[in-house]
Design a protein around this ligand. Sequence first.
Ligand code: SDX
Length: 393
Amino acid sequence: TTGVTTLDPGFVNTASCTSEITFIDGDEGILRYRGYPIEQLAEKSTFIEVAYLLIYGELPTAEELESFTSKLTRRMLLDERMRELFRCFPRGAHPMGVLAAGVMALGAFNRDYLDPHNPEHVEEASFRLLGSMPTLAAYAYKSSVGEPFLYPQTGLGYVENYLRLSFGYPTEDYEIKPEVVRAFETLFILHADHEQNASTSTVRLVGSADANIYASVSSGVNALSGPLHGGANQAVLEMLRKISSYGMDIKEFVAKVKDKESGVKLMGFGHRVYKNYDPRAKIIKGHADTLLRQSGKNNHLLEMALELEDTALHDDYFISRKLYPNVDFYTGLIYEAMGFPAQHFTALFALGRLPGWIAQWREEHDNPKRKIGRPRQIYTGPARRDYLPLAER
Ligand code: SDX
């Protein structure tokens, strides 16, 4: 039924779990959420609808979608005392650290709904996380630029609220641009889940110890912050800026990457699973092209990214290693054109990945044969030896 016919023993041995949520074929560049191709969801669905699909396994009816959306929107409002949390951080604090702390604080303010074995608590915590995390991310941004916080508006949609909380001002109306909203709906959908990546596996592992969902998601935020994982979207923009500021030409930079001594990586390229073009990168590239050409911003960096991709895709070093653009290669260009500073890009990745983390945490908990995650190891240290007194060392 999953289209997966044979699993080679090697694959089965490395598989950390079974899951019904997301299917990836890395060789063919296929990604499906609950059986639906990512290309169709990115084009036709909304982020909240995809969040529902990932968590409950089916696309919602109109009534289910309306009820789910209102539960989340009502929970975008934070406890007033949570605003103080942002003032405790220095202005230059990395937003992923603020977000991880904010998620833990959210759990503390909702401590009556923490029991991982109580379905009502899990539902409430899922709504609370999905509703409040955009507000946490927006306040982390506003706090970093010293601007006042806004309150979410029940009349606005989920993405619209997030954009207004991030870029709106109490002194003026915020103009909602449909093309920007659509771009963010698509970007969040593309990030929503990706089977057992480092941060999702972290959420499952922490959850397997019966830690509550806030503690598990906060751990996922920390795992995602790594530049080899979700932090790559920030690293790609910093890489492009560095090439531009040093006046390096693309061929010179690619030569540096191929000279392994330099330790320079082509950020936004390569993947543990995709040994083909990441289907998400293909879709994002189209949006980047449209939005950036429309906005007139970042064209120089977009041209550089396009030249970098073209050079790498025709270079045997990358072809022989099956290195293709991944989800992070073009996202930063769009985020920056929308007004986000590079430091905030990975927080946007976390907002997109949140429904996947929740769905996978719940799947872990719903598994009747669940055991606490306990990876084993191959010991390669010293053989048994006796203690040496200090005088003899
Ligand atoms: C995400 O798992 C997921 O699903 C993650 C993610 C998700 O949605 O959750 O898709 C999101 O994390 C995407 C990846 C974002 N990271 C980056 O873009 C950072 C740059 N990429 C890499 O560091 C790297 O490609 C990884 C970490 C993503 C994957 O690394 P692997 O699988 O460990 O790579 P590998 O060791 O198998 O590489 C094989 C060869 C090596 O060279 P040789 O030793 O064979 O000579 O390819 C080289 C590597 O040095 N290589 C790169 C490279 N990535 C691998 N060389 C230059 N630039 C790169 N980016």
